[in-house]
Design a protein around this ligand. Structure first.
Ligand SMILES: C[S@@+](CC[C@H](N)C(=O)[O-])C[C@H]1O[C@@H](n2cnc3c(N)ncnc32)[C@H](O)[C@@H]1O
Ligand code: SF4
Ligand code: SF4
Length: 442
């Protein structure tokens, strides 16, 4: 075994051993800094006044013809766009801070990507989809189906980042015992087909592992795109990125958002946090992707982002990282580590009793989210990465019925929703140790 792999193994073991302590530190960090908020700041601007006017004209044209009832929201979207402040645009893509409907500038850029690639109709459809997410989903309206589904392509990961649940021994144990670690193709097509049929137009490859570990990951992206999914996104640690992948993703002509997760601009801090990753290799991979895009696919609608998670504020310098990574991508985001993803949901008080935090809070996860894990289990959120809140299995059950809460399991989405809106969040574990997802923070 080489010196480097010995060192990585030692650091992995240390990271696992120090997990609970770091979960406590993450809570302290949140108490000090406030809840993490994801703000998407585009580095490249695709929207100007002229393009905005073009979009407004296209919507007016659409409204002047045969407008269908499901498109009536275009009137509201139009009113919003007519007063859009390009000088001071919103950067809140998640819509947590905007009570009504507001488009973040990054979303508007996305619409322009559809327009620039000659797909105006798709751009307008994308606007309707974003409206649905922000206006309806966050208003606790669950009568239809979730507009955006979270899919876990792989539960396992090749790294053990120190702020991530992958450094929790219990998750590692769960993964070891789990027979299916990467989502099988049959399960994938089953859930995507059903979700699409119910109007779902967004698929985010999220969850607990590294999606590129799934050997059919590129096929998954292509399948969603060819089906008509409008919003495709995934995060990757970029360690496995190859030229072949880059060309396949870029040639799909999909409006795909690729988030490269890097937590530092310098090798030492990066490798201390992202245990198992080689800074030079990751940098070379992201550079390779940027080069291929520039040289071979200059008009690709793919959008790239760097995401930096702050878990060691004294060592991580976001400005230095931005200077280093920004020339390679379209967007740069920085957020404080989420304490729940760092394991705080399963922490108890020093005397062993549950922490019982935020009893009055209405967590919006079961109203707005649904995760299908790689083995088919369905969960309302990733804060509960050990899946104590499992709501069913997509291999054998209908996703739609799980969403509506029409299953015979002891725990259903409906039960969670009813309990949450009547102030009983803390009757559930690990919700009693979780601040929950709120409408005023991410
Ligand atoms: C869990 S990872 C899975 C995808 C992939 N392995 C990666 O690193 O991009 C998804 C995202 O969560 C971020 N993340 C990890 N731990 C976090 C934490 N405690 N708080 C907030 N984000 C975190 C990662 O940096 C990454 O951008
Ligand atoms: S952040 Fe991503 S790469 Fe790092 S351990 Fe977690 S899942 Fe793996
Ligand atoms: S309270 Fe936390 S654990 Fe419970 S559903 Fe909400 S985000 Fe998930």
């Amino acid at each position: 075994m080489s010196e480097r792999s010995d060192d990585i193994r030692r650091r992995r073991e240390e990271a696992m051993a120090g997990f609970e302590q770091r979960a406590k530190e993450a809570v302290e960090l949140i108490n000090e800094r406030g809840r993490p908020k994801l703000r998407i700041k585009p580095l490249i601007q695709s929207t100007d006044k002229e393009k905005l006017d073009e979009l407004i004209a296209a919507i007016e044209k659409r409204l002047a013809t045969n407008v269908q009832p499901e498109e009536y929201s275009l009137y509201n979207i139009l009113a919003h766009l007519k007063t859009y402040d390009l000088e001071n645009p919103s950067t809140d893509e998640d819509g947590f801070d905007t009570n009504g409907f507001e488009l973040a500038i990054s979303e508007l850029n996305q619409v322009m990507r559809f327009f620039d690639s000659g797909r105006e109709e798709k751009g307008i459809e994308y606007l309707l989809y974003r409206y649905k997410i922000k206006k309806f989903a966050y208003k606790l309206d669950t009568s239809g189906f979730i507009p955006l589904l979270h899919l876990e392509a792989a539960t396992n990961c090749n790294l053990v980042c120190t702020m991530c649940y992958q450094s929790d021994e219990r998750l590692k144990e769960l993964i070891k015992e789990q027979k299916v670690k990467t989502m099988p193709w049959e399960l994938f097509t089953k859930v995507v087909d059903e979700a699409y049929e119910h109007g779902c137009r967004g698929m985010v490859f999220a969850g607990r592992g590294e999606p590129t570990i799934n050997p059919r990951f590129t096929d998954m992206l292509r399948y969603c795109h060819e089906k008509g999914v409008l919003h495709l996104k995934f995060n990757t640690n970029a360690t496995y990125l190859t030229e072949k992948m880059a060309r396949e993703w870029l040639s799909m002509n999909a409006c795909l958002i690729i988030v490269f997760s890097v937590d530092a601009g310098d090798k030492k801090v990066f490798e201390e946090i992202r245990i198992g990753a080689d800074f030079d290799k990751v940098k070379a991979n992201v550079e390779m992707f940027a080069r291929i895009r520039k040289e071979e696919f200059p008009n690709s609608p793919v959008r790239t982002r760097i995401n930096m998670v702050i878990s060691r504020p004294k060592d991580q310098d976001p400005e230095a990282a931005r200077v280093m990574w920004a020339p390679l991508v379209d967007e740069f985001s920085v957020q404080t580590a989420n304490a729940e993803q760092a394991g705080s949901t399963y922490l108890n008080n020093p005397d062993g009793t549950p922490r019982n935090v935020a009893p009055d809070r209405v967590c919006i996860a079961p109203f707005t989210r649904m995760y299908v894990w790689a083995d088919g289990r369905v969960n309302p959120c990733e804060n509960d990465y050990l899946s104590w809140l499992c709501l069913g299995n997509a291999n054998t059950e209908s996703l739609h019925e799980i969403w509506l809460g029409n299953t015979k399991h002891e725990l259903t989405m409906r039960k969670l929703r009813l309990a949450f809106i009547t102030g009983k969040k803390n009757c559930f574990r690990p919700c009693n140790n979780c601040l929950g997802k709120g409408s005023s923070d991410a």
